[in-house]
Design a protein around this ligand. Sequence first.
Ligand code: N01
Length: 545
Amino acid sequence: MATDTAVRELDAVVIGAGFAGLYMNHRLRDTLGLDVHVIEAGTGVGGTWYWNRYPGARCDSEAYMYCFAFDQDLMQEWEWSGKYPEQPEILSYLNHVADRFDLRRNMSFETRVSSAHFDEESNRWDVKTDKGEHYRCRYFITGIGCLSSGQIPDFPGRDTFAGEAYHTGAWPHEGVDFAGKKVAVIGTGSSGVQSIPVIAAEADHLTVFQRTPQYMIPARHGNVDKSVLDEIKTRYETIYEKARHSVGGFPYDVQDRSALDVDDATRQDIFEQSWEDGGFKFMFNSFSDLRTSLPASELAGEFIREKIKETVKDPEVAERLLPLDHPFGSKRVLIDTNYFDTYNRDNVRLVDINVEPINQINETGILAGEEQHDFDIIVYATGFDAMTGSFNKIDIRGRNGQKLKDKWEAGPLTYLGLTSVGFPNMFMITGPGSPSVLSNMPVAIEQHVELITDTVRHMDSSDLELIEAEPEAETAWVQHVNELAEPTMFMHANSWYLGANIPGKPRVFMPYAGGVGTYRKHCEEVVAKGYEGFTFTPADESVSA
Ligand code: N01
């Protein structure tokens, strides 16, 4: 039983030791000299890459872009091995960063923040953990990730299954042995699509339970010659600068052409070339309007459907794999390696749960429609309570004891995706209403961490006690975020961006769809205009602690 211990006074508490928490710690502690403590639930650093160890896990951002850019020496010394960074390599990288900057010495591991309450008497946050620790700090900062709260649907009888069951986002560190086993994978999002080909190659038999067929672009993953990466390193500054001012946080050239303005043969050639290149270039580097024009998106969708039909040998299986109910780009674009080919294997079966619904999970397996499927292992690749789920798990209370969870009951309300009215001196790194998941995360994270650092520096040098968003600014921001999403393909599908994967969750588009470059410019203007939309409380006007 946890007991309350002495209160520890700090400048800042940061939750999470992933990309966000690591860099925030470095900036506040080493640049500003603040007394900071980082609280992390895992036994080590890594965040997403600590938890998501499922087979085939890797990032869809190319490796040379999926890292910190704040330190030139760090950038030059780290060597990536392949086109895309695999989970063990990213975890090694983040451990290297933690070692290099000595970031663990002010961290608690295996500890969860249970509550964070703003005390209006002292203008301090009281942060308590499940270990009974109590911190009192000026700044309360969340680096809790956007996809950290795993969800396993409440299928009838779910807990009666006698075999092994795993969620991709909480994978056992010792790995799972699939050899000779009958395996089920439920879910065909990024995690399912990455793990399915790897599990199929190991298991005796794999059955995939699919609710929504998906569009995918081949990754073209493989080793990259060191000379290529060395050459990239000579241009790192330029590359990152381009990424910082781009839409998706990638340094890809943007094409100023509509898919509708070229003839069929030209369009086909461009799609083919982008398909050969693989990865997100298909989306960002082929045509300018795949995210915003339904007819353009449909042309890309049709191209991909043809590729699926060409790849999957059994026409009936191919038909079940065709995404027809949502346009390309309306859900997270998936990057795959051998996904569709996997359905040509003799040991793989696809169940469309729209036709054969999962009626029950029982001791031996899954009853889908009228058919019983027996399994040794069930893998839930069923996603996350995205963006707000991890906030809701912590009892966060601002002014007048208002709970963040209550304030966000109808959807997250933030200013810049960074702050929320009534929660002074609380900053959310890549919170809802910021570009976050619609971009290459390290780029978005660095921008937020640096903005928070500059803001804290400004407050300290100007003797300002509190920063708080203004209600009008927050209302306008939420409206702006909605308006940006409205003309995009994102509004045409049931996705976790809209909370549609969680029963009862309000249908609100949560990330900022205007791109990291536009968002950065907006933040710079806010600062240049004296932190427009924020109110500061000077130290001498506040009640002293
Ligand atoms: O989760 P998801 P994920 N019954 O929500 C299905 C990032 N990520 O873990 O599409 C049956 O995308 C659900 O079906 P549907 C990335 O941003 C990145 O795969 O909702 N099925 C879907 O097929 C990604 O988008 C990387 O109809 C149910 C699947 O489960 C995000 O994390 C790698 C169901 C969930 O897909 C989440 O990806 C991994 C139900 N009740 C993750 N509920 C890389 O960078 C859900 N499903 C590579």
